[in-house]
Ligand binder design. Structure first.
Ligand code: PGA
Length: 255
């Protein structure tokens, strides 16, 4: 059984004060949930502060991006050892907004993934096709290329330290969620790809999140799919009630 994982990606939203309010509400509503990983990914400026707030809670901390070098003359960048020392356990890598707007490539995704693992952070590697690619029927080819280049030369025993987030770009922030069947079809493809390259038993251990307009009213259908192990939530993670509702449905789909 794979442990479900829900991550909230705040993107460039919330001041530290607003973040503090949200975290307090989440702690109050989620304090007794077990057997699920709950991760918050606030902006860099909030990390050390929120890490203190989350200490001895059941909520974990992640960052939204990182640089692949440990240190150096890279103005404006943040490294894996810095994230680690700020209290992060997770880091998003290759989010489609980074790929589309900030020049992220499969090569930089690979370098970041390697550095995250070497520094004891769990990378959440984001992959997924845009609308044009879906319409052209190249979704599977694209997803396998993204996986191949991101995971290049990864030692098989490290595979389970990685989380994959399948996020169809056309569903992100658009209100257009992929249908549960569309999500499962690609998640299944991803697991088959992992199985082909690393063997079935290792592939069975990898958690694959779905992301793209996840909301309390569509999560139940998504999480019911055999290869959907959780969600990466953007917009709905900014509101305590919505995020908590999603977490609770994933934790107990019969509730
Ligand atoms: P969304 O964002 O839930 O607002 O669509 C998801 C993401 O970008 O990870």
């Amino acid at each position: 059984m794979r442990k479900p994982i829900i991550a909230g990606n705040w993107k460039m939203h919330k001041t530290i004060e607003e973040g503090e309010k949200l975290v307090n509400l989440l702690k109050r509503q989620l304090y007794d949930l077990e057997d699920i990983d709950i991760v918050l990914c606030p902006p860099f400026t909030h990390l050390a502060y929120i890490a203190d707030m989350l200490e001895s809670s059941n909520i974990l901390l992640g960052a939204q991006d990182m640089h692949w070098e440990d240190e150096g003359a890279y103005t404006g960048e943040i490294s894996a050892p810095m994230l680690k020392s700020a209290g992060c356990k997770f880091v998003l890598i290759g989010h489609s907004e980074r790929r589309q707007l900030f020049g992220e490539t499969n090569e930089t995704v690979h370098k970041k993934l390697t550095s995250a693992l070497n520094n004891g952070l769990t990378p959440i590697v984001c992959i997924g096709e845009n609308l044009k690619q879906r319409e052209e029927g190249v979704t599977f080819a694209l997803v396998s290329e993204q996986l191949e280049l991101a995971l290049k030369a990864l030692q098989p025993e490290r595979l389970k330290e990685i989380i994959i987030a399948y996020e169809p770009v056309w569903a992100i922030g658009s209100g257009k969620v992929a249908s549960s069947e569309q999500a499962q079809e690609v998640h299944r493809y991803i697991r088959d790809w992992l199985s082909k390259n690393y063997g079935l038993s290792l592939a069975q251990e990898v958690r694959i999140q779905y992301g793209g307009s996840v909301k309390p009213d569509n999560i139940a259908g998504l999480i019911a799919q055999a290869d959907v192990d959780g969600a990466l939530v953007g917009g709905s993670s900014l509101d305590a009630d919505s995020f908590c509702a999603i977490v609770k449905i994933v934790r107990d789909p019969t509730s």
